[in-house]
Design a protein around this ligand. Structure first.
Ligand code: OFO
Length: 171
C-alpha cells in the first residue's frame, strides 16, 4: 500500500519538477536575450517536459486517491556570464533531481510501497536520459572551441527540437 512518507516526498517532488520548469524557462530567456534562439527553444521545450513530470506525479497521487498539495515555486536566481554556464547548471540540477527521485524510490522500497516503486521506475529511466542530454549539450558546446560559426550551427539545430509529451504511463 502507499505510504504517508512516500506521499510527502512525492508532493515535494511536484514542487521540484515545477521549479525545474521555471529554471529552464529562465535559461531560455537568457539565451533568447543573447539572440541564441535555438538554445532558447531547447530549454523552453525542456521546461514543458518538466511541467509534464510534475503533472505525472500529480496524476499518480490522484490515481491512488490522494489530493496533491501545491507549494510555492521559488524564483530562479542564477545569473550567467557566458552561454556555457546554463548548460553546466542544468547538468548539476538534473543530478540533484536524480538523487531526489532515487531517495523517493529507496523510501518506497523500505516501506514496501510496491505500487510507488513500480511507478517511480519510469522517472529513474527518464533521469538517465535527461542527464545524458545535459552532458551532451556541454560536450557539443565545448567542441565549438569558441567558434561563433560552429555555435550558430548548433543553435540552428536546437531550433528544430519539438515538444513531445513526457508522462509516465498509469495504465
Ligand atoms: Fe523532471 O526531469 Fe529533469 O529534472
Amino acid at each position: 500500500m502507499t505510504n504517508k512518507k512516500v506521499i510527502d516526498l512525492i508532493n515535494l517532488q511536484i514542487q521540484r519538477e515545477f521549479y525545474s520548469a521555471y529554471l529552464y524557462l529562465d535559461m531560455a530567456l537568457y539565451y533568447d536575450d543573447l539572440g541564441l534562439e535555438g538554445f532558447a527553444n531547447w530549454f523552453e521545450i525542456q521546461a514543458q517536459e518538466e511541467r509534464d513530470h510534475a503533472i505525472g506525479f500529480i496524476r499518480y497521487l490522484q490515481h491512488i486517491g490522494v489530493k496533491p498539495e501545491l507549494a510555492v515555486i521559488d524564483k530562479p536566481t542564477l545569473t550567467y556570464s557566458d552561454p556555457r554556464e546554463p548548460l553546466v547548471e542544468a547538468l548539476k540540477h538534473e543530478q540533484f533531481v536524480t538523487k531526489s527521485i532515487e531517495n523517493i524510490l529507496e523510501v518506497a522500497q523500505e516501506e514496501k510501497d510496491h505500487l510507488s516503486v513500480h511507478f517511480l521506475r519510469w522517472y529513474i529511466m527518464e533521469q538517465g536520459e535527461e542527464e545524458k542530454n545535459a552532458n551532451d549539450n556541454i560536450t557539443r558546446y565545448d567542441l565549438t572551441k569558441g567558434s561563433r560559426g560552429a555555435l550558430l550551427r548548433i543553435d540552428s539545430e536546437y531550433k528544430q527540437r519539438t515538444y513531445s509529451p513526457s508522462f509516465p504511463d498509469l495504465d
